[in-house]
Ligand binder design. Structure first.
Ligand code: AMP
Ligand code: TRP
Length: 324
C-alpha cells in the first residue's frame, strides 16, 4: 500500500483549473487498489488570505462538495477538513523549531505573496511549516501537487530530515513529491492561468446562467464571423479542447478554418460540453450544497478516520521530543 496525501486550499470556489489540474488526477490515483489516499481541504491555510468567517466556511463546503461530487470514494479513502484536526497546529510548532529561518524567508511563494498582497502576515511566512505538518502527521509517502508546490515539498523533506537527524531516521516518513508534469495549465477567460486571484475563472458548478456569463467573457480577437480563423490561437477553442471528444475538437477546428463560424457559436459549444461533461457532478454538487448536514457528516467521519493516524504520529513525535 502507498500512502498518498494531498490538500486543496479553500480560499475560493473550486474552478475548472482545480478540477482538471488537481481533483481529477487525485481521483485517478484513488482508483488504484494499492493506494491509500488522504485528501483534505486546507482551510487553515486559507486563513492567510480569507478573514471573513462566513466566506471561509462557504468556500470550504464548496471545495468539499466538489471532491465528493467528482466521485471520491470515502469508504476506501480518508477525506477531511484540516481544521477538524487541531493536532496539526501542535505538530506545526514542533516542526517550526527544526526549520531554519532563512529557508522560509527565501521561499518563492512567500516572496511572491509578500510582493503582491497587502496583508503580509506571519501565517504566510509559516505556511510551508503547516504544510509540512499536514504531510508528516499522516506518514505520507507520495504527495501529488502542481509544479508551483515543488519547493514546499522540498522544505517538507528538509524539515523531516532535520527532525530525524536529531532522533531516529524512522521518526518521520520523508515524503516524495509527485509533480504532475503532464497536467496542463488550464487557461482562464483572459487566456492567463485560471486562478481565483485573477478573476478569470470558469465555475463548473455555477448555475447555467452564471456559467454562460463567465464563458461570455472569454477574450477573443475581432476577426469577423465570415472570415476563417486560427483555432489554436483562440481561448475558447483551447478550453473546448480540454473537454470535448477528439472528433468534436476536430470538427470545431474545421469550422474555425472554413469561416462563417463565430466566437459566439464556439462559446455555445463550450457551454454545452461543460454542461454535458459535468452533468452528474453538477447534480451531486448541488445535493451537497443543499444538504450541508450530509456533507458535515461525511467530513466528521473523515476526521475521525484521519485522527487515528494523526494521534499515533503526534505521540511518536511528542515522546521523541521529551513531551509525553
Ligand atoms: P489553488 O486554487 O491555486 O489553491 O490550486 C489548487 C490546486 O489546483 C493545485 O494543485 C493547482 O496546481 C491546481 N490548479 C490551480 N489552478 C490551475 C490551473 N489553472 N490549471 C491547472 N491546475 C490548476
Ligand atoms: N499549498 C497547497 C496549494 O496551495 C495546499 C496544501 C496545503 C497542500 N497543505 C498541503 C498540498 C499538503 C499538498 C499537501 O496548492
Amino acid at each position: 500500500m502507498s500512502r498518498i496525501l494531498t490538500g486543496i486550499q479553500s480560499s475560493g470556489k473550486p474552478h475548472l483549473g482545480n478540477i482538471l489540474g488537481a481533483i481529477l488526477p487525485a481521483l485517478d490515483l484513488a482508483r488504484h487498489s494499492e493506494n491509500d489516499c488522504f485528501y483534505f481541504i486546507a482551510d487553515l491555510h486559507s486563513l492567510t488570505t480569507v478573514k471573513d468567517a462566513a466566506l471561509l466556511k462557504e468556500n470550504t463546503r464548496a471545495v468539499a462538495a466538489a471532491w465528493l461530487a467528482c466521485g471520491l470514494d470515502t469508504s476506501r479513502h480518508t477525506f477531511y477538513r484540516q481544521s477538524d484536526l487541531p493536532q496539526v497546529a501542535e505538530f506545526t510548532w514542533y516542526l517550526s523549531c527544526f526549520t531554519p529561518y532563512p529557508m522560509l524567508a527565501n521561499a518563492h511563494s512567500f516572496k511572491d505573496k509578500s510582493d503582491r498582497l497587502k496583508d503580509v502576515n506571519a501565517g504566510l511566512f509559516v505556511y510551508p511549516v503547516l504544510m509540512a505538518a499536514d504531510i508528516l502527521m499522516y506518514d505520507a509517502q507520495f504527495v501529488p501537487v502542481g509544479k508551483d508546490q515543488k519547493q514546499h515539498l522540498e522544505i517538507t523533506r528538509d524539515i523531516a530530515n532535520a527532525v530525524n537527524k536529531y532522533h531516529t531516521s524512522e521518526l518521520l516518513v520523508v515524503p516524495e513529491a509527485s509533480i504532475r508534469e503532464d497536467v496542463m495549465t488550464v487557461i482562464g477567460t483572459d487566456g492567463q492561468k485560471m486562478s481565483k486571484s485573477y478573476g478569470n475563472i470558469i465555475d463548473v458548478f455555477a448555475t447555467e446562467k452564471t456559467l454562460k456569463k463567465q464563458i461570455g467573457t472569454i477574450i477573443t480577437d475581432s476577426i469577423p464571423l465570415e472570415e476563417p480563423k486560427e483555432p489554436e490561437s483562440c481561448n475558447v477553442f483551447n478550453l473546448y479542447k480540454l473537454l470535448a471528444s477528439p472528433e468534436a475538437v476536430e470538427e470545431m477546428a474545421n469550422l474555425y478554418r472554413r469561416g462563417g463560424y463565430g466566437y459566439g457559436h464556439a462559446k455555445s459549444a463550450l457551454l454545452g460540453v461543460i454542461l454535458d461533461r459535468f452533468a452528474e457532478e453538477r447534480k451531486r454538487y448541488e445535493f451537497f450544497m443543499q444538504n450541508p448536514e450530509v456533507l458535515e457528516e461525511r467530513l466528521k467521519e473523515g476526521a475521525e478516520k484521519a485522527a487515528e493516524t494523526a494521534n499515533v504520529v503526534l505521540s511518536r513525535l511528542r515522546s521523541a521530543l521529551g513531551y509525553s
